[in-house]
Design a protein. Structure first.
Length: 319
């Protein structure tokens, strides 16, 4: 694909103890793009790495979360499009050029996301989808989603996977995740950026939900692929899950149906309870299962904090 102008794209990366990933992430970016890295008070050597990468570096004195860091980076952006990229997300060849090409030819979409894959080449359906519903969250809580994927049963996520495999240019969805998300600059300004009440997880879905309320569409661009490790900046599996649940509670209460607003916290408490029991039983058989059981027990113990959501001030320090 043809190169784009330097004024077209600014890439914003937010790091927190990302020394193992940030160099490769930056080196995969198009040379003509403006590169901005906001570091959230890393202590693993990320700061010293940034000095050698030729980026606009912002050093935060403390970790104020992804949304805050991304907004700081966006304030320095000069491009007509903003690409938010996780340090553990590696765009495949021509992925960013493909996103830019779709943005140029499909003006009805204000937000675009790349199709995420695992290291083993498996499509990760969590990279895009429909907004959460009470029935969908109950299905996930009891493991029916996992069973459906195992059986290759039809459904929205399976359909997304097929569309990704075909490399379609754009598939309309309710949300895309912020691991590799392209936002038109005028849309970003109209929305006021990410809501900084979210510390980690959920701010991307919230942005897409607010865009939809204004009639701005979101799409997955399957021809743009990235490898996404996921959770690389989390202190632990338990922390990641607690922050994810706090984000889901906040999203459900802000953007869900009346039923979901009422039930989102109880459903997630059920989810945590089911996983705690299931992994505790499985933990009798393997070390990995014991580690997963330990993480879910921690999530269960912290339920009175994350069930408040970020709007209820379930802060990162609490989680």
């Amino acid at each position: 694909m043809s190169a784009f102008l330097a004024s077209d794209l600014s890439v914003v990366i937010v790091t927190y103890n990302s020394a193992a990933h940030v160099r490769e992430c930056v080196e995969r970016l198009p040379p003509e793009a403006q590169k901005i890295v906001v570091d959230n008070a890393s202590w693993d050597g990320t700061k010293s790495l940034l000095a050698d990468l030729g980026v606009v570096a912002v050093q935060e004195p403390r970790n104020n979360g992804f949304a805050r860091g991304a907004n700081l980076g966006a304030e320095l952006a000069e491009g007509k499009h903003l690409l938010f990229l996780n340090p553990d997300a590696r765009p495949c060849a021509d992925a960013i050029a493909h996103l830019m090409a779709v943005a140029a030819t499909r003006p009805e979409f204000g937000i675009l996301g790349a199709a995420a894959y695992s290291e083993h080449g498996e499509f990760l359906p969590r990279c895009a989808g429909h907004f959460p519903s009470a029935s969908g969250m109950l299905s996930t809580a009891f493991g029916f989603d996992a069973l459906r994927r195992h059986l290759k049963a039809p459904g929205h996520r399976a359909r997304l996977g097929r569309q990704a495999a075909r490399g379609e240019d754009a598939v309309a969805v309710d949300y895309v995740v912020g691991a590799c998300m392209l936002v038109r600059r005028e849309v970003w300004r109209q929305l006021g950026g990410f809501d900084e009440v979210f510390f980690m997880y959920g701010e991307d879905v919230d942005l897409c939900a607010r865009a939809r309320e204004l009639g701005i569409l979101t799409a997955l661009a399957p021809g743009a692929r990235c490898i996404h490790e996921g959770g690389a900046s989390a202190r632990s599996r338990q922390d990641m899950l607690c922050q994810l649940f706090a984000g889901l509670v906040t999203l459900g209460r802000r953007h869900g149906t009346r039923t979901l607003r009422r039930l989102v916290a109880p459903i997630l408490m059920l989810h945590a309870g089911v996983r705690t029991v299931a992994w505790s039983v499985a933990g009798l058989a393997s070390a990995r299962a014991r580690a997963e059981a330990s993480a879910w027990k921690g999530v269960w113990r912290a339920r009175e904090i994350w069930r408040r959501g970020y709007d209820g001030r379930a802060g990162a320090g609490d989680l």
